[in-house]
Design a binder for this molecule. Structure first.
Ligand SMILES: Nc1ncnc2c1ncn2[C@@H]1O[C@H](COP(=O)(O)OP(=O)(O)OP(=O)(O)O)[C@@H](O)[C@H]1O
Length: 329
């Protein structure tokens, strides 16, 4: 569905060149749900804008839904839907009029456009709001309308740039419920960017971790976490000497990734922590080292990013989503 080779895009800003996207090489299969995950400025939006023909690449190629973005942009546009970071519907227009006009802009007949608008408004649970003006909708309702706008011409591929940023958790879950239903019922391929690690983890079959314009990891979320982060075991000890000895014993475990110890706490990263924790506790007991507490935590995609880059994504996620809009629906 998407094939990129050496795809790059740079900008000139204040006499300097910003290499926003530095050579993407990937293939995305039809019918998949793929997340681009990365900190602010990683190049996620620029990648989406190139793939959706809104920006020409500086070099490299991208074939999207069977057509080249540079030589055949209008054919690409007819086969994809795009939800940008801003709102696409005009504030002062009526909800149903906006959708019908959008359908007409894609070349649908008036009757087809009206039928399509009705169908989408029902599917996205906006049918009671058709006569409202767009500006009166809640944040979540407005985002659902944006999704309807992106789907009016029945695209086989949907790009969503931060579809839920700024929404409260209930509205976010609601948006995902709708998007995933469309994916399931129609087989729509979904490519999205997000700052919310949990969304990439929960909803994407494949996560591309982007940093400084490059894809630095690309796998199903479970595999990323197992390969690059491992589970975390945290042991509490009575004193520093026990912590040091426990750390030594943990380092002797054959599959261990990483062990750190401070005063009375030992942190161990290891795959399959659920089976390794009892092994570790037995070796502590055999050596006469007492663990007062033992905790096992599953890794997050933030742990993956931290291990890849030494930086945390969580900080940039919090910085990117300071406001919350409540969905009154
Ligand atoms: N029109 C532009 N002119 C100059 N620089 C730009 C332009 N658009 C993007 N950039 C720069 O390109 C880099 C990548 O930006 P991009 O918006 O793609 O990142 P992002 O991963 O989507 O970030 P965010 O998560 O904050 O949306 C950044 O350094 C950004 O400042």
């Amino acid at each position: 569905m998407i094939h990129t080779r050496g795809l790059a895009r740079s900008f000139r800003a204040k006499g300097e060149t910003v290499e926003a996207v530095r050579g993407l090489n990937f293939d995305i299969e039809a019918g998949s749900v793929v997340a681009f995950l990365g900190p602010n400025g990683a190049g996620k939006t620029t990648s989406l804008r190139v793939l959706t023909t809104l920006l020409p690449p500086t070099s490299g190629t991208a074939v999207v839904a069977g057509h080249d973005v540079l030589t055949d942009p209008s054919r690409v546009r007819n086969r994809i839907g795009y939800l940008g970071q801003g709102n696409s519907a005009g504030r002062n227009f009526q909800v149903s009029d906006e959708l019908i006009t959008q359908g007409r802009a894609y070349g649908l007949s008036r009757a087809k456009s009206r039928a399509r608008a009705e169908h989408l408004l029902t599917t996205l649970e906006l049918e009671d709001l058709t006569k409202r003006t767009v500006g009166t909708l809640s944040g979540g309702q407005r985002r659902r309308l944006d999704i309807a706008m992106a789907l009016v011409h029945e695209p086989e591929l949907l790009f969503l740039d931060e579809p839920t940023t700024g929404l409260d958790p209930h509205s976010r879950a609601n948006i995902w419920e709708h998007v995933l239903r469309l994916h399931k019922e129609l087989g729509t391929t979904v490519v999205f960017t997000t700052h919310y690690l949990e969304e990439a983890d929960l909803w994407a079959q494949r996560v591309m971790v982007v940093d400084h314009g490059r894809v630095i990891a690309d796998d199903p979320p479970e595999k990323l976490k197992a390969d690059l982060a491992g589970d975390r075991i945290t042991l509490g000890t009575a004193d520093r000497a026990d912590a040091q000895r426990a750390a030594e014993l943990a380092r002797a475990l054959p599959t261990v990734h990483d062990v750190t110890a401070d005063e009375t706490e030992v942190r161990v990263r290891i795959p399959h922590g659920d089976s390794q924790l009892p092994v570790l506790l037995r070796s502590l007991e055999a050596a006469g080292v007492r663990a007062l507490t033992a905790r096992l935590a599953r890794p997050t995609l933030d742990d993956v990013f931290l291990n890849l880059t030494g930086r945390t994504l969580r900080e940039s996620a919090d910085a990117a989503a300071p406001t919350t809009t409540h969905d009154g629906a």
